[in-house]
Design a protein around this ligand. Structure first.
Ligand SMILES: C[S@@+](CC[C@H](N)C(=O)[O-])C[C@H]1O[C@@H](n2cnc3c(N)ncnc32)[C@H](O)[C@@H]1O
Length: 255
């Protein structure tokens, strides 16, 4: 399991080279490190993926509330001076997913100023052994900043309310694995329905901000997601506590 490889390596190195230090009062006992290491190394990962309709709607904490309204909080949501509207939890989660998945394609719906697309492109170039392409889509492309430039990054102007606006030839050409992030909040489940046909097993589709309450649109949408063969990856939704992410119940992996 790729995500646990660092834990396993340290565990094995400690057992091999410092056998007396593997107990709860040994080298690993740094603020509960022994317990968490033991949990990771000896874990049964079989419950990682969950049916979307089987998930709780509770969040342990709202990742936005503590940092949204202050100047410092607003400035914390920038990247290289450009606006990047991601919570600190989600920045960490995306970093982890990009490393674990090694996506060849990242599709972002909702570019805003271009800061998040730039961040995804930088992440891909740092974390992926074979960096691929980042494509970011928005209706209001004139406000994309001139500094949001990267060799891997292309912006496209489209109106997502028209549901099938994404260039089919582009989608067919783009290599897998894919990571799709819907941060536009426009016709979310219709767009999912269209785009998900182009995803293959192992690809990820993250829906930000929308799945926060159980109304009919969301309930029907989650059934659609489930029928299309997607499961919630709880390694991402629950890494910092249940649904402590701006995509609660929204980190989907195609089975
Ligand atoms: C929440 S913002 C994206 C934030 C950005 N991903 C970030 O993390 O910084 C949502 C974006 O959706 C775009 N949008 C709204 N309606 C749209 C439509 N019909 N088609 C395409 N994009 C649209 C807006 O222009 C806006 O930039």
């Amino acid at each position: 399991m790729k995500l646990a490889s660092g834990y396993k390596a340290l565990w094995e190195a400690t057992q091999k080279d410092y056998p007396g230090e593997t107990g709860v009062i040994g080298l690993l006992d740094q603020r509960g490190a022994f317990e968490s290491m033991s949990n990771v190394v000896n874990a049964d990962h079989s419950d990682r993926f969950s049916k979307p309709t089987a998930r709780t709607w509770r969040s342990s904490i709202d990742p936005w509330t503590f940092q949204r309204s202050t100047t410092v909080g607003a400035l914390a949501r920038t990247y290289k001076g450009l606006i990047n509207i991601k919570s600190p939890f989600d920045l960490t989660l995306y970093t982890r997913l990009i490393w674990e998945l090694q996506p060849k394609t990242i599709l972002e719906l909702g570019s805003f100023q271009g800061g998040s697309g730039l961040w995804f492109a930088d992440q891909m170039s740092i974390l992926c052994e074979n960096p691929g392409e980042v494509h970011s889509f928005d209706l209001h492309t004139k406000r994309i900043h001139e500094n949001a430039k990267h060799l891997l990054l292309t912006f496209h102007q489209i109106d997502l309310s028209k549901v099938e606006p994404l260039d089919k030839n582009l989608l067919i050409r783009l290599p897998h694995p894919w990571l799709v992030i819907d941060d536009a909040h426009v016709q979310v489940f219709s767009i999912f329905s269209y785009l998900s046909q182009h995803l293959v097993a192992g690809d990820y589709y993250v829906i930000e901000d929308v799945i926060t309450m159980l109304n009919k649109e969301v309930f029907d949408g989650l059934q659609l997601v489930e029928q299309a063969g997607f499961l919630v990856d709880t390694y991402y939704t629950d890494a910092f506590g249940t649904n402590v992410t701006c995509a609660p119940n929204g980190w989907f992996r195609k089975s």
